[in-house]
Write a protein that binds this ligand. Structure first.
Ligand code: HEM
Length: 152
């Protein structure tokens, strides 16, 4: 192969590589982008507020701010164009006495929100799989909990 034609082949390969890099959408894009993720967060908060297993933990929370931070976090985790500006998960949940059942309840509510927004199930699972490792930071060890469950 002449030097010239090998350069042509290399240039074509480089073009293909950048095409395939661009053609690969992020999980954020596959879910439906900004508007869809905001809608999921809105629906999630509605579902969570109707869920007596966990709604009491949000009694003192500024929900507008929470929605913004949850959006940023989900956007960032799914390779969207966002920076998460909230606290780390351990600090944010430290005083909330969250147990495993409450963690699972929140994950279920998130699935309901994704379902309401018609996000395909295999994409829902990808997001929840990214959240699963946070369980150890969100859930408080039993020995450190000061109470469990909703106030009676
Ligand atoms: C992987 C699971 C979870 C994620 C990704 C998540 C995400 C977040 C984010 C981004 C914030 C805002 C942080 C900040 O204020 O700087 C937050 C706060 C909060 N989360 Fe979670 N969370 C999770 C699990 C839970 C669970 C299981 C509960 C309760 C059942 C819960 C209750 C709360 C409450 C009440 C706040 C507000 C705290 C405050 O007002 O100071 N979270 N969470």
């Amino acid at each position: 192969m002449s030097p010239r034609s090998s350069i042509t082949v290399l240039a074509a390969l480089a073009g293909l590589a950048s095409f395939s890099a661009q053609a690969q959408p992020t999980l954020f894009e596959r879910i439906g982008g900004e508007a869809k993720m905001h809608a999921v967060v809105e629906d999630f908060v509605d579902v969570m507020q109707a869920d007596d297993r966990i709604n009491f933990t949000f009694a003192e929370t500024d929900l507008k701010k929470f929605k913004q931070l949850l959006y940023e976090q989900l956007c960032n985790l799914t390779q969207g164009p966002c920076r998460y500006t909230g606290r780390d998960m351990r600090t944010a949940h430290a005083k909330l006495n969250i147990n495993d059942a409450m963690f699972n309840a929140l994950a279920e509510d998130l699935y309901v929100a994704f379902e309401r927004q018609h996000v395909p199930y295999h994409l829902q699972n990808k997001v929840v799989a990214m959240l699963a490792p946070m369980q150890r930071d969100v859930v408080k060890p039993r020995s450190q909990r000061t109470n469990t469950g909703p106030p009676r």
